[in-house]
Write a protein that binds this ligand. Structure first.
Ligand SMILES: [Zn+2]
Ligand SMILES: [Zn+2]
Length: 263
């Protein structure tokens, strides 16, 4: 394979906001010994054109980077401001320390405002020694590029809705990552044509106010025509990985933490 154009993806986490197991729960899934039933908060590492980026940095961010041995990271893209997607951002301090530079974070203006309140100490005029240093790059629904040391990644944002909250998914080449969606408009589905890999969220079988149910996620995956779809943001309610995998139709798979894909 041509390594210059190869895209690699690693699932850093595939769990819903509470993770699996959930604190205090002793259901079959939460007590399963199958490592694929241990789900940290949802996030992916994408390596493309010589750059390494992570989409979302939830409360498990530090543990995920240590587990995968990620020493270098060029940017974080945020889908939205909920804590299961932003709770680990204090830990970019390690990259501040090694590079001596603010760490690039790509997000919408509304998400930037939420970060300024969530991480007020990092946005304060008074620079307390050792606080995280962020370089926030504001994005909209327009395609944008991430450039670093002469390498570039082109990103197409995909607008989705998490109940009424506008959230961004991201398409990079033939790969798209969409999480926390409960609704995608027709025009946005058209941006998901000709994909090799679609990553899409569901939390459970039953309808949910802000996430696709399993059936809805399968319908959306089919509508896009993506060659392969991996489901993420899974809760204990969806069942064990082995049971879910056995019932999914061809071309649709349950993701699991640490799973690596190449395209
Ligand atoms: Zn979430
Ligand atoms: Zn449980």
């Amino acid at each position: 394979m041509d390594t210059a154009s190869e895209t690699r993806l690693t699932f850093l986490g595939t769990g819903t906001s509470q993770g699996v197991p959930m604190i205090g729960c002793h259901c079959d899934v939460c007590s399963s010994e199958d490592p694929r039933d241990k789900r940290l908060r949802s996030s992916v590492l994408i390596e493309h054109n010589g750059l390494s980026i992570v989409i979302d940095a939830g409360p498990d961010f530090r543990q995920q980077l240590l587990r995968e041995g990620i020493d270098n990271l060029d940017a974080i893209l945020l889908t939205h401001e909920h804590k299961d997607h932003t709770g680990g951002l204090d830990d970019v301090r390690a990259f501040n320390y090694f590079t001596g530079k603010p760490f690039p974070i790509y997000c919408e203006e509304r998400v930037k405002k939420a970060l300024a309140s969530e991480y007020a100490y990092a946005f304060s005029d008074y620079r307390y020694p050792g606080i995280p240093e962020y370089e926030i790059i504001t994005i909209s629904e327009n395609p944008f590029r991430i450039s670093c040391d002469g390498s570039t990644i082109n990103v197409t944002p995909i607008r989705v809705y998490h109940h009424t909250l506008p959230v961004l998914g991201f398409r990079i080449g033939k790969l798209a990552y969409i999480t926390d969606a409960g609704r995608i408009e027709r025009d946005e589905i058209l941006k998901l044509k000709d994909l090799d890999i679609l990553i899409l969220n569901t939390v459970r079988r039953e309808p949910h106010i802000s996430h696709f149910s399993l059936r809805e996620a399968i319908e959306v995956a089919r509508e896009t025509g993506a060659k392969k779809c991996y489901l993420t943001h899974l809760s204990h309610q969806i069942g064990k990985h082995c049971e879910l995998s056995a019932e999914l139709p061809d071309g649709i798979e349950a993701a699991s933490d640490g799973l690596k894909l190449a395209l």
